[in-house]
Design a protein around this ligand. Structure first.
Ligand code: FES
Length: 142
């Protein structure tokens, strides 16, 4: 028989375990895949990258990554690169009117990849980039 006291103890124990990340099914997300090799994008091949605010989608066949990578000109010679990966169940996140959205269960992300609403539990994976004036390189992370 479940009493109020045993229910409260069980709930507190489960909450503590979830906070420590010890259980699956507590809202903990999947681990994002790693980018194995640098991805080199020239402005000649991807002219949209020369314009501040524009984003180029790099396909998995081009990058070797599990899902699309979104590379955006942030201005001032800086570029961001986000993996279109949703840590809820691993679906590929796509662009939306205000940022990104997962087509599977509706998780939403800001243009910088920050999680806005679940069921995903983490931001989109971000990669470091370099730019030498002609070439954007998305750096491997694993
Ligand atoms: S897999 Fe993205 S919200 Fe479920």
């Amino acid at each position: 028989m479940t009493t109020r006291r045993s229910f409260l103890i069980a709930s507190a124990t489960a909450a503590g375990a979830c906070a420590a990340g010890a259980l699956s099914g507590c809202g903990a997300g999947l681990t994002a895949p790693r980018l194995k090799n640098d991805v080199v994008l020239t402005l000649t091949e991807f002219p949209a990258l020369a314009t501040e605010g524009r984003t180029v989608t790099v396909s998995p066949s081009r990058s070797g990554y599990a899902v699309a990578i979104y590379v955006r000109n942030e201005g001032g010679g800086l570029y961001s690169a986000l993996g279109g990966y949703c840590d809820h169940e691993g679906c590929e996140v796509g662009p939306s009117a205000t940022g990104f959205q997962c087509p599977c269960h509706g998780a939403r992300f800001a243009i910088d990849g920050a999680l806005l609403s679940g069921p995903a539990t983490d931001d989109m994976p971000a990669f470091q980039t370099t730019f030498d004036g002609e070439t954007v390189t998305v750096l491997a992370n694993g």
